[in-house]
Design a protein around this ligand. Sequence first.
Ligand SMILES: [Zn+2]
Length: 433
Amino acid sequence: MNPISDALLTFKGIRLYATLLKRTQNASVDEVRHMQAAWLSKLLQHAHRNVPWYSARFRTYGVRPDGQDPFAELAKLPVLTKQEVRENHGEFCVAGAAAKSLKFSTSGTTGEPLSVYTCPEQWKYEQAAIWRQWKWAGYRFRDRVAIFRSYAPQPGQPPIKQDHLRQWSYFSVFRMDDQDIAAYAEYLMRWKPRFLRGYPSALLLVAQHAIRHGWRLPTLKAAFSASEAVTPELRPALRQAFGIELFDHYGQAEITCMFHDCERHEGMHVDWEYGLVELLPSPEPGCNRIVATNLHNTSMPLLRYDTGDLAEGPFVPCSCGRTAPVVRAIRGRKDDYLIAANGSRMSTVNLYTYFSKLQQIRKFQLKQERPGELGVSFQLWGTPDSAAHAALASRIRTELGTSTGLEIKVADHADFIQTGEGKFPAFIQRIRT
Ligand SMILES: [Zn+2]
């Protein structure tokens, strides 16, 4: 997305928060249900008319797009799997959607990339819901935010980058050994951020460094995390290091539903204006599958999509008094660390992001056997082509080697390791820590 449309959509999201989401976090369940019914009804009619997959499925399952009770009509459809979306991708996209949509790619933890088109309207709700959580944490426009997420400097670029409009600073999470963080700390103590934002693994490294070396950031108000599971040591580490609380975010690149952690930190509030969430039984004791329908995405509606993630327990009220309910916790985004040659750890999320952008790859798997090294296996779409495979292997070695500092070993042929449960994990960590 170019910076101007990004800023414009963010602004529209903030306006949507002010005109709707600020109020609906406290609206009655009946009122919200009523609004969801109107959105869902519109979406079903749109999907029936314009989305080939649904035109056919509605006939098969007797779904009436203009039925009186859109929830009952939706429930006639079976749960949709990621596999079905990947294998029938074109059938889910509205004609011409690519030109007027935002495109997100995900590999998830299975190493099988999937791209999803999202219309600006759904993205506006995304921005509004995120803004709402930032308000819960006390954020004000142009408060300084230090971000430890996806910034991967290319050769010659500095490890810290600034966005002067928003007053955000980005720090490379590929360079997080003790010396790197010491340099970041120096910058942060001068710059005086109000908020930290990043992958839980990166925030933990920063907090642990601050505890070990005794540096503080007294201007901090809170931290925001996303994209990985919050490990049990993170919240206490942030309290000990900086005296701040963590506000977690859950969402997926498929843009079907979101959850946010409020100032009480009792669980994750569902953003019920954004997606319709069903909690369905799972084999995991005490957990429910998160199945969701994006309520506003007219570019690529996903109805009853199985996110592959699990909610702990049912929906319950939160003591903050907001009517949007919470689930105790969300599981399924557990992520591993890579170990650099000097023993420091780095998140694997950026690697997934990198691979999800290589559209010619059908499937990949990463494996680490020794610190400082990374094994890569991948398979291309279409008939095997050893020249194309070798060319991409060489590109991956250079690009990933540069951004991570690891020695990249690409296998000549795709040889994927399957777990006892039949899964092909995207990342296999063989180093015991
Ligand atoms: Zn709450």
